[in-house]
Design a protein around this ligand. Structure first.
Ligand SMILES: C[S@@+](CC[C@H](N)C(=O)[O-])C[C@H]1O[C@@H](n2cnc3c(N)ncnc32)[C@H](O)[C@@H]1O
Length: 222
């Protein structure tokens, strides 16, 4: 995603409630940021402009959500969406984080998350870039550490190559999979479905969306 960096973006985000620019400082303490600290935390890694995570926050006020992206300009755009959802204020169950997934194990304590969403992650189709894919085993081991023993990863993508690769990684790690879909919208959009920006674009173009849910299986088989 190409973005022009606006000089004042960091100034605009700095000090805002539930906007985090120093993720590592919150390791083990994320629940303190939410209005209902005891609710489970679900995080979207690489949220882009934030449509999906802000809509989830609106639909599920009893759950806590984190949207993460590495570009502050995207945090700013997601912030605008969050304000729209929260009638001018950041919803009490949503935190937006500028951070690189690469360092996710420095940002979250063991079992701090209940679910991770990977939506239309960059596919990195070239073999030499395999270890950049967000479902590469080196990332999976980090996710398994920070997810609860019964935690889940929900993945959707337009990229058949990333989907096939990810299913193989999950299978090799003996992680149980369910709800595997090779064309999620083939028979119409599922009820209560929440779109991401990328998903909407690809569905409008008539392209299939692949989806799978993975269970953490208490770290067994890793
Ligand atoms: C193709 S976009 C998908 C955005 C959104 N999830 C959607 O489905 O519309 C991928 C996003 O992941 C972010 N991203 C890629 N690698 C990342 C990383 N290592 N850490 C944080 N964000 C990352 C990019 O900045 C981009 O916003």
């Amino acid at each position: 995603m190409r973005l022009r960096r606006k000089a004042d973006t960091i100034d605009l985000l700095q000090g805002k409630e539930r906007i985090v620019l120093d993720a590592k400082q919150w390791k083990g303490r994320w629940s303190e940021l939410f209005q209902h600290p005891s609710a489970p935390i679900h995080a979207e890694l690489g949220m882009g402009k934030g449509r999906f995570i802000s809509e989830l926050a609106r639909l599920h006020p009893d759950m806590n959500f984190i949207g993460m992206d590495r570009y502050e300009e995207l945090i700013r755009r997601a912030y605008d969406k969050a304000l729209a959802v929260g009638d001018g204020e950041m919803p009490g169950n949503l935190v937006l984080v500028r951070a690189n997934v690469e360092y996710i194990d420095d940002m979250f304590a063991e079992s701090e998350l209940s679910r991770i969403y990977l939506n239309h992650s960059d596919p990195w189709p070239k073999k030499r870039h395999e270890n950049r894919r967000l479902t590469h085993p080196r990332f999976m081991h980090k996710y398994m550490q920070i997810l609860k023993p019964d935690g889940e990863i929900h993945l959707k993508t337009d990229a058949a190559s990333l989907f096939e690769y990810s299913l193989n990684v999950f299978a090799e790690m003996n992680l149980p999979m369910r709800q595997i879909r090779l064309n999620l919208h083939a028979d119409g959009t599922p009820p209560n479905h929440v779109f991401t920006e990328y998903e909407q674009k690809f569905v409008n173009e008539g392209l299939p969306i692949y989806r799978v849910e993975v269970c953490m299986n208490n770290g067994a088989g890793s």
